[in-house]
Design a protein around this ligand. Sequence first.
Ligand SMILES: [Cu+2]
Length: 393
Amino acid sequence: MSSHSATIPAQPRDAQKGSGGSSAVWKVVVLLLGIAVGVLAITAVVAVQAADEARDEATAGSAAPATATHDHSSHASSAYTSAVSLPLQSFAGTTAPNADALAKAHVAYDATLPAVPAGDLVKVHMTLKDMTVEIAPGVRYSTWAFDGHGAPGPILHVRQGQTVQMTLTNGGAIPHSIDFHAARIAPNVAFRDVAPGESFTFRFVANDPGVFMYHCGTKPVLAHIANGMYGALIVDPATPLPKADHEYVLVASEWYMNSDGIAAPASLDMQKARAMMPDWTTFNGYANQYVAHPLTAKPGETTRFYVVAAGPTLDTNFHVVGTIFERAWPNADMTHFQQGVQTVAVPAGGGAVFDVKIDGEGLYPFVSHAFAHVDLGQVGLLKVGNPKGTMSH
Ligand SMILES: [Cu+2]
């Protein structure tokens, strides 16, 4: 080390030693040096750009071999420039060929709000499990899932003031945890990592009414949420909301895949997750599932949606096409509602409540009105009555 660093300052002294020629020779040397500096500067810029590209490709390659292979060929043949620093491949909209039949055969996630358990203490036991789920017709993804349930995890429903006793059993391969947004509790204690094969129990009092996300909080949280570790906990206010005829829970999220997931299950592409470039966005974990299997109401009934935006990163701009919210509780602040509202942003990590009261028979799409999300699967139908041309379920 010491001999190496000593040779570096010696170089200028050696150069000075050899600079004692005539003034004509000196001028030529200066000219040549000037040209050399210019060439060096250009070479350095090119080298930095090349290094940037190489680094990006190397990172993409380690996260997603399939993506990197594809991108090498497109890199060589098309007009990529150094401005495209993250050449990521999208699998959006790529389903198995018999997508319609698969969508119909898929059993939709039950969006119905479950009843509040009796008593002051609500015991919840979830087991984490690595499992493959279908997230779009014929598209499979390797999740880390709560309760062996796929994504989202189970919908939990309690009343303000009840105590939740949460037991987490880690049946997965790496440490996981559970973070309840509804809890006021020291996260380093309650939301701590649980090692594979172990269980951990903690309690909190659900003192705050709302529509809360829960999720794995183990680092990197982006990866754990993107892999399906999230769900909803609805805490009813002590003074109930106005009566609704139907109550549905929608957990919005996005998926970032390293392959199309058709021949073999896809896994997380962390580069795409960081770049916020989802392949699918879903309500309750499966693209368009409530288009194939609409939620239902009768004309004149009030339908309530509890919406959680699980992300991991993107918001959901909730809107029901063909109507206006009868009541909206933005941020699930249940102390007061808004009326005559068309679209309400549900932030990633947040929740809200929406009532619609629809008199006319028909198919009413509910969407994230950030329409890229509709294109990627975040759309469903509320079927009011039995409109012509639709089957009754
Ligand atoms: Cu986790």
